[in-house]
Design a protein around this ligand. Sequence first.
Ligand SMILES: Cc1cc2nc3c(=O)[nH]c(=O)nc-3n(C[C@H](O)[C@H](O)[C@H](O)COP(=O)(O)OP(=O)(O)OC[C@H]3O[C@@H](n4cnc5c(N)ncnc54)[C@H](O)[C@@H]3O)c2cc1C
Length: 388
Amino acid sequence: MASKPHIAVVGAGAFGGWTALYLLRGGARVTLLDAWGPGNSRASSGGETRIIRGAYGPDQPYTKLVARALDLWKQHEAQWKRNFFFPVGVLWMVEADDNFERGSLPFLKDAGIFFERLAVHELARRWPQISFEDVKWGIYEPQSGYLLARASAQAVVDQFVAEGGEYRQAMVAAPDLDRGQWKALRLSDGSTSDGSSVVADRYVFACGPWLGKLFPSTVGPHFISTKQDVFFFGTPTGDPRYNEDNVPVWADRSDHFMYGIPGNQGRGFKLADDTRGPEFDPTSGQRLVSEDRMAEARRYLAYRFPGMKDAPLVETRVCQYENTTDHNFIVDRHPGNANVWIVGGGSGHGFKHGPALGEMVAKLVLKDETADPLYRLARFEHKSKLSS
Ligand SMILES: Cc1cc2nc3c(=O)[nH]c(=O)nc-3n(C[C@H](O)[C@H](O)[C@H](O)COP(=O)(O)OP(=O)(O)OC[C@H]3O[C@@H](n4cnc5c(N)ncnc54)[C@H](O)[C@@H]3O)c2cc1C
């Protein structure tokens, strides 16, 4: 009988954690490493909540991946007796340029994600506490909703360990992985000499916003980490109209691209602008929201949710998107090092896919197969770096 391959996964966020779990279940011996722990405050998976929705526009693989992810989230919730998925519904508000939304509908249908196409008078009837000014129509996914991010990232690693995986909290000291000559991962965890490196048969780097620096020539030119400010407002006391029982998760392309999650685990009414912020260093960046984004969030809140116009700000968070230039994921072998895989580029929409992506990556790595061209590094050839 062939011995088990040993695979080291670096990064225990939504992508690395689920990948490690599925590699283990696929028969590998797996060592999972993370510098600061799953869902830590610097990680992109470190927020309280993330949206799971199927509307993704035309010509893309993501709606199908969401459908698979939804099944897997539910299966794991049942197995682990934990609640991570809150199907409070997702409302997509549509403006005049509706190519994205119209293109989403056949994909939703094909993937079996239930949705309703709602005229603006129906939107106003169902949610009278929302002002639908400038909105032309809406897509409502009643069975979609939001996920607990940080808590589920931690639970995945707990489960990985319970199923026999090895987890170490340690930073991989990797000044230039692109050189391709290294034979082991050097760790900077202060361990004794025999514990200071990891040698494996294959390596998976799922390092979120750090990937560009870890692979400066293969990933770096096609990758940018951007600062994203998130605001949490307190709903009016004694007024349930803006609670998650009465407002779904929403996304609004009619005014910037704002989105939000009501309720949000008691953290307040979450509101954020999907517009890419300035470049941001995930290790050393100061996580303070900008005054301009704050003013914009307040203006928008009063415009779309008039009953919230005087709502107090109860919390803020700064996270970063790990954007590829085309906002598609990266799942590929390193061009100069065939036993090294790079997995990331969630680009502001990766979290929901965690279990489906982990399942897909594990299969590719274990069977030594090649990913869909959309996810491969070769697609970046002749394309220029994102400017903002
Ligand atoms: C504000 C905000 C809102 C978002 N909203 C949504 C949403 O609604 N829905 C959705 O689906 N997605 C959303 N996303 C995107 C989603 O959160 C990310 O795409 C996803 O979490 C990325 O996961 P990851 O595992 O690739 O990266 P991360 O979670 O960043 O994990 C990478 C891990 O690698 C570790 N690491 C890095 N370098 C090293 C090293 N040298 N050695 C060891 N460990 C290392 C880090 O500690 C980290 O834990 C949002 C993101 C942000 C910032």
